[in-house]
Design a protein around this ligand. Sequence first.
Ligand SMILES: [Zn+2]
Length: 227
Amino acid sequence: MWDWQGKELKAKVLYSAKGLATQILISGEADYFLLDCGDGTTRDLSSTGLPWVDKLLAILITHDHPDHTGGIFSLLTFLRLRGRKRELFILTPDGNLTERVRFYRDLIFGGFPYEVEVKVVEEHLRFRFQDLVVQPFKAIHREKTEVFGTGGFKKAVGYLLCGKSGEKIAYTGDTGWYPGIDCYFKGVDLALIEATFDFPKGSERHLTVEQAKDLGKLSKHAILIHR
Ligand SMILES: [Zn+2]
């Protein structure tokens, strides 16, 4: 069922489509990690048949656009229903989410039977879990909509994940191309790369397929997503 299996780490793109949702499951030696948590994440995780309710340790959010975060509250509620006790971590570059998770937890009678710790990440500030070291890196991202035009820059990151054996996975999140982005993808075992645009439509929003392929060539294996 995995889309990629290394010696230690595994990855499954649960779902990824631009503007709709993106969620990717990463398995370490013992724990699971989610890269982004778009709409339908709980459904997608449940349909794997994996014991994710207890094994999921952290959700790594790249930016606070709904197609990357829209599934968080239904997931938190499902874990509550299933009686999870284990602490859950949410990493995000946008402190906004801290307040929203707190607000949502307080809305629910009795709160959650497990702790949720939201950690606001900064570029290059590493987080160490038992199975993974997580390093956020720079992403450049803004949206453009039919009605409101081009929006402001989001607080956005990509993630470089390093397993105990040194195996590496790099994930762009949503980002335009910038000089230096390639350094995070050189030699990694798996690259998960957004490839939103068929043709260039402004470098501050997304990568083109061609740019994504160029990044992918630097890695040992690449999966293009967010199409
Ligand atoms: Zn986005």
